[in-house]
Structures are given as structure tokens and as C-alpha cells.
Design a protein around this ligand. Structure first.
Ligand code: HEC
Length: 159
């Protein structure tokens, strides 16, 4: 009987593992333009949350922005400046969601303004790099391909 139960349990584990593997495989990584569009939507929702004093909305959207900026495809550029800007952006998004959790509307609003400045700052940097490399008119994937192999993360070097 105990042996039978163990067998059932093992089948259960195998099913769960198989299901998890299917979920991972079927989930396509979002493309760069998709991520960037979502960024814009979340920041618009943030503003909505702030003006309506809806802390839940603020917290959720700041969190989503934080998660989006963690995705590897966000890191198309690997200049030290770009990495610094990404990391500052994540810190600010964290501060924004913490302020919402503490129901501190002023702190959240301030963090939102800083976050917006950081959107513009990073975009300025990205445009500058593209121009310097003569890529201003080319679509995005070209830029990622330009990054020297040794500068890429171990993951992307293997691909
Ligand atoms: C750390 C750098 C960085 C930060 C911070 C950043 N972006 Fe971007 N963003 C990029 C890059 C790289 C692209 C892709 C280049 C392009 O399409 O011009 C991009 C593209 C976009 C696009 C164009 C997407 C399309 O349709 O092609 C939008 C919209 C956008 N970002 C919105 C935002 C908003 C809103 C914020 C702030 C909440 C933000 N970004 C912060 C790097 C950044």
C-alpha cells in the first residue's frame, strides 16, 4: 500500500514537472518593441494611479516596470552608461512601489518624476550611441549585433 502511494506520488511529480516545462517552452520572450510599449503603458497607468491616489494601481505598475527592466532583452546596449541608467531606473521603480506601499503620495509622485526624467535620459543616451555608430536610421536588432562578442553576457555569447 505504501509502495503504491509512493508510485502515485512519483507520477504526480512527473506530471507537475512536465507541465512546468511546457509552460516555460510555450512562453515566447517578448520582443524589444513590445517591452518598450508596455513600459509606456505602465508609466501612463502610474500617472493615473497618482492623480487618483490609487496606491494599489501605483504599486502594481511600478512593480511591473521594475520586472520589465529586468528582462534581458531590455539590455540591448551594453555600454557602462546604459547599464548604469538601467540600474538607476530599477532603483527608482523600487522606491516608487515602496512609497505606494507606505501610502506616501508625495514620495511616490517625486519618484515618478525622477523615473520620467530617467526615461528621457536613457533615450538620449541611446540616440547618441546610435548616431555615433552611424545607425540612426536602422532598426533595432542591428544595434545588439554590433556589441562585441566579449562584451556580451555569457548567455548571449553562447547563442
Ligand atoms: C535604460 C534605458 C531605458 C530607459 C530607462 C527607458 N527606455 Fe524606453 N527604450 C530604450 C531602448 C533601448 C529602446 C529601443 C530603442 C528605440 O526604439 O528607440 C526604447 C524604446 C522605447 C519606446 C519605443 C518603442 C517602439 O515602439 O519602438 C518607448 C515608447 C519607450 N522606450 C518608452 C519608455 C518609457 C515610458 C520609459 C520610462 C518609464 C523608458 N522608455 C525608459 C531604453 C530605455
Amino acid at each position: 500500500m505504501a509502495r503504491h502511494a509512493r508510485g502515485v506520488c512519483l507520477v504526480g511529480v512527473a506530471l507537475v514537472v512536465a507541465a512546468a516545462a511546457t509552460v516555460v517552452e510555450s512562453r515566447q520572450a517578448p520582443t524589444l518593441p513590445e517591452i518598450m510599449r508596455q513600459k509606456l503603458e505602465h508609466s501612463q497607468r502610474l500617472l493615473e494611479g497618482l492623480v487618483l491616489e490609487n496606491f494599489d494601481m501605483i504599486e502594481r505598475n511600478a512593480n511591473d516596470l521594475r520586472i520589465l527592466s529586468d528582462l534581458s532583452s531590455w539590455n540591448v546596449l551594453r555600454t557602462p552608461e546604459y547599464l548604469r541608467l538601467s540600474s538607476t531606473f530599477r532603483d527608482t521603480a523600487d522606491r516608487l512601489s515602496r512609497s505606494a506601499l507606505n501610502t506616501n503620495l508625495d514620495a511616490a509622485t517625486l519618484a515618478y518624476v525622477e523615473l520620467t526624467l530617467q526615461c528621457v535620459e536613457c533615450h538620449k543616451h541611446v540616440r547618441g550611441v546610435r548616431q555615433a555608430r552611424g545607425l540612426a536610421d536602422r532598426p533595432w536588432p542591428d544595434l545588439a549585433q554590433l556589441v562585441p562578442e566579449h562584451v556580451k553576457s555569457p548567455d548571449s555569447a553562447r547563442r
